[in-house]
Ligand binder design. Structure first.
Ligand SMILES: *[C@@H]1O[C@H](CO)[C@@H](O)[C@H](O)[C@H]1NC(C)=O
Ligand SMILES: *[C@@H]1O[C@H](CO)[C@@H](O)[C@H](O)[C@H]1NC(C)=O
Ligand SMILES: *[C@@H]1O[C@H](CO)[C@@H](O)[C@H](O)[C@H]1NC(C)=O
Ligand SMILES: *[C@@H]1O[C@H](CO)[C@@H](O)[C@H](O)[C@H]1NC(C)=O
Ligand SMILES: *[C@@H]1O[C@H](CO)[C@@H](O)[C@H](O)[C@H]1NC(C)=O
Ligand SMILES: *[C@@H]1O[C@H](CO)[C@@H](O)[C@H](O)[C@H]1NC(C)=O
Ligand SMILES: *[C@@H]1O[C@H](CO)[C@@H](O)[C@H](O)[C@H]1NC(C)=O
Length: 376
């Protein structure tokens, strides 16, 4: 296909995705923001999280028995926790904002405390295929298992970490799709990638609808990040720089992320209208994470496209055979100067900026505060 043909097709696809979104959002904002989150007075906030490594607080390490080694965790926990980061993830900062403890991974057998909620996120997870470990669907099934066992205990007169009202009033966060979009981009040309979004979005829709049918009412959905700014993608050899934008990121990857998010935002808006008494907030993580790179000096970052923990030196310091967890990786002295920790995941410093942006509500539709679901 010619370049002109390709860009005309791209434009058509973008419009097909974006135009209905803009229209739908304009028409429905009053309805969407009317419900809002709510909590019974005096209740502790409860959060259930579903996702991939962006919000995995140790689930993958627990599930696979992985021995994760330093320098993971060095900037905050001072030891590896199973997070793919030098410190806290976005979800950790969100929990801090609610004054609740960090979420324990569902599969972590020792030292977990589920009284504030449960983290079902597992590194590498996708929405599809639907029935493999640890797809979104499996994570939701795990939630139902957890809920059923809790209800059993309570019905027997025993205690459970979370009671019926806790489940009902909880916030349900979904942050997944990055690995689906990334996997498609690694194997298919752009136009075919976008054509494969609907079944991915259908999985997210199904997850929300199943949770809703079971009484969940407060949903917080994250879009995918700036895939084209990840050192892992940038370090793939290329013929020339025609696909590099003014901030040094890959245009095609980012276009795909933006198109995915447009469709996800539209889906969230539809769900907001369909699901009575429910609130579904969509937050644009692409805009937040792209801003980190484009405006990095404003946030005190020196090298937005280079890993802190990796191998090979500038411009990306990323080598897939010598990644952060390999013995041959090198690590920077001051991670707070870097956006990327290991080529795929952000540093704690970048996660802090991203979490603050989420908490500002500036990137959310409807623009509800994160803690609005449970003012205690
Ligand atoms: C945060 O929670 C702790 C108990 O977990 C409580 O002692 C403290 O007062 C709370 N802080 C705020 C600001 O609500
Ligand atoms: C679990 O966390 C809650 C809330 O932070 C706390 O009140 C409780 O004591 C903890 N339970 C255990 C067994 O540590
Ligand atoms: C909701 O979950 C509970 C506990 O797992 C289960 O008993 C109940 O049948 C579910 N209800 C629906 C409508 O899915
Ligand atoms: C750059 O590479 C792309 C394919 O990756 C090719 O389509 C394009 O013609 C190249 N541009 C130049 C100026 O060589
Ligand atoms: C919505 O909320 C109202 C008022 O609390 C309640 O009567 C109604 O049953 C709820 N409907 C659904 C579908 O949750
Ligand atoms: C960079 O920051 C400026 C000023 O805050 C803002 O207007 C612009 O949208 C940001 N750029 C990106 C790509 O987010
Ligand atoms: C890692 O370093 C060791 C020792 O220097 C060397 O033998 C090995 O080949 C290196 N592996 C890679 C993938 O670079």
């Amino acid at each position: 296909m010619s370049a002109a043909g390709a860009s005309a097709l791209w434009l058509a696809l973008v419009l097909a995705v974006v135009a209905p979104v803009v229209l739908a959002l304009t028409l429905s904002l009053p309805a969407a923001s009317a419900a809002g989150f709510s909590c019974r007075p005096g209740a502790r906030p409860v959060v259930f999280n579903f996702g991939d490594s962006n919000s995995d607080t140790g689930g993958m390490a627990a599930a696979k028995g992985w021995h994760i080694t330093p320098p993971e965790g060095r900037a905050f926990f001072h030891h590896p926790t199973g997070r793919f980061c030098d410190g806290r993830l976005i979800i950790d900062f969100l929990c801090e904002s609610l004054n609740i403890s960090y979420l324990s991974p569902y599969l972590k057998a020792v030292g977990s405390n589920y009284s504030n909620g449960v983290n079902f996120a597992i590194g590498g997870s996708t929405t599809l295929p639907r029935d493999v470990l640890f797809s979104l669907h499996i994570q939701v099934q795990e939630f139902f298992f957890f809920k059923a066992r809790s209800m059993e205990l309570i019905n027997q007169g025993q205690e459970a970490p979370i009671d019926a009202q806790g489940f009902e009033n909880a916030l349900y966060i979904i942050d997944i799709g990055q690995n689906d979009v990334n996997g498609l981009l690694s194997n298919l040309p752009y136009d075919q990638v976008v054509a494969k979004f609907p079944p991915i979005l259908a999985e997210i829709k199904d997850a929300v609808q199943m949770l809703y049918a079971n009484g969940s009412r407060n949903f917080w959905i994250h879009g995918t990040g700036a895939l084209g700014c990840l050192p892992q993608k940038l370090s793939i050899p290329r013929k020339n720089d025609s696909d590099i934008d003014q901030n040094g990121c890959l245009k095609t990857y980012n276009r795909a992320a933006v198109a995915f998010n447009a469709a996800l935002g539209s889906l969230c808006n539809d769900l907001n209208l369909q699901l009575k008494n429910a609130t579904v907030v969509y937050t644009d993580l692409f805009a937040i994470k792209y801003d980190l790179v484009a405006n990095h000096t404003k946030y005190g970052f020196d090298s937005p496209l280079m890993t802190c923990c990796g191998y090979g030196g500038p411009p990306y310091n990323y080598d897939i055979t010598r990644s952060c967890q390999s013995p041959n990786a090198t690590v920077c002295t001051d991670g707070s100067k870097f956006v990327s920790w290991d080529g795929v995941h952000l540093t704690e410093a970048a996660n802090a900026v991203a979490a603050a942006a989420i908490l500002s509500s500036a990137y959310s539709i409807p623009k509800l505060k994160f803690d609005q679901f449970c003012k205690v």
